[in-house]
Structure formats: structure tokens, C-alpha cells
Design a protein around this ligand. Structure first.
Ligand SMILES: CC(C)(COP(=O)(O)OP(=O)(O)OC[C@H]1O[C@@H](n2cnc3c(N)ncnc32)[C@H](O)[C@@H]1OP(=O)(O)O)[C@@H](O)C(=O)NCCC(=O)NCCS
Length: 190
């Protein structure tokens, strides 16, 4: 495409003069740059990894095809031992992500850890300050396909998140939640 730098879409030419319209790079995994790479890790074809220096991957981890681990220049993404991550997930660790041990994450799950505060209405929301809030997924959690985990949420140990849930609040240990916004369906122990 004539006149278009790699990583810049033609339609972004009208953006205000900021430095955001620049490529983040290819994301082609360079496992030698990860902060930690455990034993027996499977990284399938099409996985993209950004800021590997801020990403720790434990032992016996599976990362499905076309998942994107979007590390950030600060904060960490920590993936514990025995975690299974399905295809086409998107984890953005701007605010930090901690995933415990033996967590199952279905295909197309998204974990988001930042948002724009939008307080100054004289600007596009996109140009207002970013708020960073970590997400914690405790041990033995199971997250259904296409669920979205929003900034600041802790999903308690052994909880189950239903397919398609949008999780805005903390989830109690061993709860089953589902829906938009996610609400408790029942407890696994009650
Ligand atoms: C949430 C889930 C675990 C609940 O399973 P369950 O305990 O067998 O639940 P039930 O089918 O008995 O349904 C219980 C209630 O929850 C509702 N419900 C079930 N799944 C739901 C979901 N994903 N979102 C919203 N509500 C849901 C049902 O409609 C039912 O409501 P009702 O009592 O008003 O009729 C399951 O439905 C689910 O979403 N699993 C995710 C599967 C998945 O994505 N796997 C990934 C494979 S890699």
C-alpha cells in the first residue's frame, strides 16, 4: 500500500497527532525473551506474544492456536503451572494479570486490565488517561468460552465462569457465574 507504513491502516490517517499510530511489531514469539518459560510448554501456531520480558509461563502450560498474549511495557503477566488456554484468547496485561495453577480457559476468552477514564469530555475518550487494574485468576478456576474478564476482577479459587459471561465484579471461590453482567448461578459446594 503506497504511503502506508507497516502497521498503520490507511483509514487512520485522520487521527490526531499522537504517537499511538505506530506498529507494535509482529508479535512472533521469541521464547528466549520471556521472563520465565517453564518445562513442557506448548505454544501452538499463530500465537502472538508482545513484551515477552514481562511474561512468565509456568510448567505444563498449553496455549492454543492464534491466542494473543499482549504484554505491556510495565506490569507482569504470570501464567501458573498446568494452565490450559484455548484458541483465539486475548490477554492484555497493561495492569497486570496473575493466573494461578491448573486453570482452564476456554477458546476466545478475553482478559482486560486497563481502560480510559473518559472524565475530560473535551477530548475523545481514547485520549483520556488510562486506568490500570490487575486481574487475578486463582487456582483451579474454569472460564467458559468467550467470557470477558474486566479490569480489577479477582476470580476466586475453584470458581466456574459460564460461556459468554462479562465479569465486572469479583467472583467468590467455588461460585458458578454466568450472564452479562455475570451473576451467581449457584455454588459448586451448595
Ligand atoms: C455456566 C455453566 C458452567 C453452568 O452449567 P450448569 O451448572 O450445568 O448449569 P445449567 O445448565 O443447569 O443451568 C443453570 C442455570 O444457569 C443458566 N446458564 C447456564 N449457562 C449459562 C451461561 N453461560 N450464561 C448465563 N446463564 C447460564 C441456565 O439458563 C439456567 O438458568 P435457569 O435456572 O434460570 O433455567 C455452563 O452452562 C457453561 O456455560 N459452561 C461453559 C462451557 C465452556 O465454555 N467450556 C469450554 C470448553 S473448552
Amino acid at each position: 500500500m503506497l504511503g502506508v507504513r507497516p502497521g498503520i491502516l490507511e483509514g487512520s490517517a485522520n487521527l490526531p497527532d499522537t504517537d499511538m499510530a505506530k506498529s507494535h511489531g509482529s508479535g512472533t514469539p521469541d521464547t528466549s525473551k520471556l521472563a520465565r518459560l517453564g518445562k513442557d510448554v506448548v505454544i501452538e501456531a499463530g500465537v502472538l506474544i508482545f513484551h515477552p520480558e514481562n511474561i512468565e509461563i509456568g510448567d505444563d502450560v498449553y496455549i492454543g492456536h492464534n491466542t494473543i498474549l499482549k504484554g505491556y511495557y510495565k506490569n507482569k503477566m504470570v501464567i501458573g503451572n498446568g494452565v490450559w488456554i484455548g484458541q483465539q484468547c486475548f490477554f492484555h496485561s497493561a495492569g497486570g494479570i496473575k493466573i494461578g495453577r491448573n486453570v482452564g480457559i476456554g477458546p476466545a476468552v478475553k482478559i482486560i486490565t486497563s481502560h480510559h477514564d473518559g472524565e475530560d469530555t473535551s477530548k475523545p475518550i481514547l485520549h483520556t488517561p488510562i486506568v490500570f487494574r490487575a486481574v487475578v485468576i486463582e487456582d483451579d478456576v474454569d472460564i467458559g468460552t468467550s467470557a470477558v474478564i474486566l479490569p480489577g476482577v479477582t476470580v476466586g479459587r475453584g470458581a466456574q465462569v459460564g460461556a459468554g459471561a462479562v465479569v465486572c465484579e469479583d467472583v467468590e471461590p467455588y461460585a458458578i457465574v454466568g450472564g452479562v453482567p455475570a451473576r451467581v448461578i449457584r455454588g459448586r459446594r451448595t
